[in-house]
Ligand binder design. Structure first.
Ligand SMILES: Nc1ncnc2c1ncn2[C@@H]1O[C@H](COP(=O)(O)OP(=O)(O)OP(=O)(O)O)[C@@H](O)[C@H]1O
Length: 587
């Protein structure tokens, strides 16, 4: 009997120890090393720590709850006694703030920082600022290199030094390019700094789950200060904005429509270019002046009132049409530079762009800007039903139409398709059902829809005005059309002068060349009169209405230091291009 009881006790103790083993191995999964710890305790201290487990669990839960509660209390107190401004990543303020923060000493002394190079993938704001600062760095470096030769160097000295020194310059340049500048910003979490005698908290938070493409996580920034008056935070943001904008100077800022990873379109700043002087766009002066005067008149505050009083939507549209490489985009950029307007660029050739996306892009335009809609003859918008041809001169617009610089020479057709325009309005699918992009009706809705921001200037460009429905060209949508064409004699001469006439910014070197180095072996650069004679000689050798300004400019660039050679080689270049085009046509 006794042995039976003992056996039962043994069995139960074996069961207990095997169950405790099972417990230990299960606990091991959650707390690696638990079984070893438990064995050590039981061997040396004769303590079964698994017996205290439930107590430890309860204590941990209570501590966690207390901590949470405490955090909640701290947050409530903080929110009551501090002011906070939240900055979201999809807004430009994010760029202002991150740029400003990256310039502050505290972000370098912080113990937790993010280091990024100037690549787009590394941070959202660097997409913008870094590209620009890359360009700026390049400009500065090249300017320094330029100065090494001295602004008093003659053109020849400069050329010699430049050619001798090119290899070493290039080696330096390439080395510099290899080493990317590091941008240090405070890492995720809280950072404190002083701003105008106020203690400010900067908090960077990452929302892991989503990203804006290029693997960049979505972030939010918070600025907080003590007290219930957020004025100092607004001042900080204004300073950040000013710093960011000042950095641009008078550059022309270009935004383009871009899809993010969630497939939504948004404006993304893509570059800041030095303004292109209007004088560098070779176009009939009357047309150029008329275009700029029209923009100025439109932007005048009295015009805005005038439109409002008469209930007319305050918008202005221009159509630039003509063959590729005739200066349509150039004029748009030059006008933006002259008027200090930003350019918002959209290409209708994108097949993923739909009406909704385009509407939301138009909705988020600033009050004063130029929207450059390129290739409005894109598949979905073009009216292919009406193939009849007409006189190019009557093609452009039922609004005011100007004549072109040369001869458009591209068989522009006038589709006066008002009768059948409704047919084309809804077509945005190919016969095989594939998406053809934005339809004409969608484009018209957006151009004059309520969503379209007032005050904007719309510039549409096309190589095929004959494909466009007259509905798109009617006044209100297109108020002024400018035809760009193949180069006439005047254009050819002006293109020649644009390459060889010294620019104001290049004058000191050239003047020095002429005054101080008369004895130098190389002849001084031609005078204005001589240049005019050379331009005439060049124009004599280039047939009119046959080549685009881009083609002629391309040829002149090959001889950019030698106007005489350009004149000598002009005829053989013409011959060569004709033969090349002939071969391409035969294919
Ligand atoms: N009228 C012009 N005056 C000065 N430069 C010109 C002119 N036309 C073309 N160019 C030069 O040719 C190049 C292409 O010009 P641009 O992009 O303005 O042509 P485009 O008509 O907009 O062409 P596309 O229809 O292909 O967009 C630029 O380098 C520009 O400087």
């Amino acid at each position: 009997m006794l042995s039976l009881v003992q056996a039962a006790q043994n069995a139960s103790s074996t069961a207990a120890s095997s169950s405790s083993l099972a417990d230990s191995s299960m606990l091991d999964r959650f707390f690696p090393g638990f079984s070893i710890l438990s064995a050590l305790f039981s061997t040396y201290l004769h303590l079964d720590i698994s017996a205290y487990l439930s107590m430890m669990f309860v204590l941990t839960t209570v501590a966690a709850a207390a901590r949470l509660r405490l955090e909640g209390v701290i947050e409530t107190v903080q929110s009551y006694f501090t002011s906070t401004i939240e900055v979201r990543m999809n807004d430009e303020v994010f760029n202002y703030l991150m740029y400003w923060i990256s310039q502050q000493p505290f972000s370098h002394y912080s113990t937790r920082t993010v280091a990024s190079t100037k690549t787009k993938a590394n941070s959202y704001y660097s997409d913008d600022s870094d590209q620009d600062s890359d360009e700026d760095d390049d400009d500065d470096d090249d300017y320094d290199e330029d100065k090494k030769f001295g602004s008093n160097s003659t053109e020849n000295e400069y050329a010699d030094a430049a050619s001798n020194d090119f290899d070493s310059y290039w080696a330096r340049r390439v080395n510099k390019d290899k080493i990317k500048r590091l941008r240090i910003t405070p890492a995720e979490g809280q950072h404190w700094f002083w701003f105008r005698s106020h203690r400010i908290r900067f908090k960077r938070e990452q929302l892991e789950r989503r990203n804006y493409g290029w693997g960049v996580p979505v972030e939010k920034l918070y600025l907080s200060c003590f007290g219930r008056n957020p004025e100092i935070l607004k001042e900080l943001l204004l300073e950040a904005q000013r710093m960011y904008v000042d950095r641009d100077g008078d550059k022309t800022i270009i935004y383009r429509a871009q899809r993010d990873s969630s497939a939504d379109y948004d404006w993304v700043r893509c570059m800041a270019r030095p303004p292109r002087p209007l004088s560098t766009v070779v176009l009939d002066d009357v047309q150029k002046r008329a275009f700029i005067a029209d923009i100025k008149e439109y932007l005048h505050p009295r015009t805005r009132r005038w439109y409002a009083n008469r209930g007319i939507p305050y918008r202005r549209g221009y159509m630039f049409y003509g063959p590729p490489g005739t200066g349509k985009s150039s004029l748009c950029f030059a006008a933006a530079g002259a008027m200090h307007l930003k350019i918002y660029l959209i290409s209708l050739n994108s097949r993923t762009l739909n009406e909704e996306a385009l509407a939301s892009l138009f909705q988020s335009l600033p009050r004063r800007c130029i929207v450059l809609l390129e290739d409005v003859d894109a598949a979905g918008v073009a009216n292919k039903r009406d193939e009849q041809t007409a006189d190019p001169a009557t093609a452009p617009s039922s609004g005011q139409s100007t004549t072109n610089t040369g001869n458009t020479n591209n068989n522009n057709n006038n589709n006066d398709s008002s009768n059948n325009s409704s047919n084309s309005h809804s077509t945005n699918k190919d016969s095989d059902g594939a998406n053809r992009g934005i339809s004409l009706s969608a484009l018209l809705n957006i151009i004059d829809g309520v969503a379209s921001s007032e005050g904007r200037i719309l510039v549409m460009t096309t190589n095929h005005i004959e494909k466009l429905d007259s509905a798109l060209l009617r006044p209100g949508r297109v108020d002024l059309s400018i035809a760009f064409g193949y180069s006439d004699r005047e254009t050819i001469k002006n293109l020649f002068l644009a390459i060889y006439a010294p620019l104001e910014c290049e004058l000191p070197r050239t003047l020095t060349n002429m005054t101080q180095h008369k004895s130098a072996a190389a002849p001084p650069p031609p005078s204005t009169e001589e240049l005019a004679t050379l331009a005439n000689a060049f124009a004599d050798r280039i047939p009119t209405d046959e080549f685009t300004p881009a083609e002629i400019q391309g040829f002149l660039l090959f001889n950019k230091k030698d106007p005489m050679r350009a004149i000598e080689e002009a005829e053989s270049w013409v011959q060569g291009i004709r033969e090349k085009k002939g071969r391409e046509e035969k294919k």
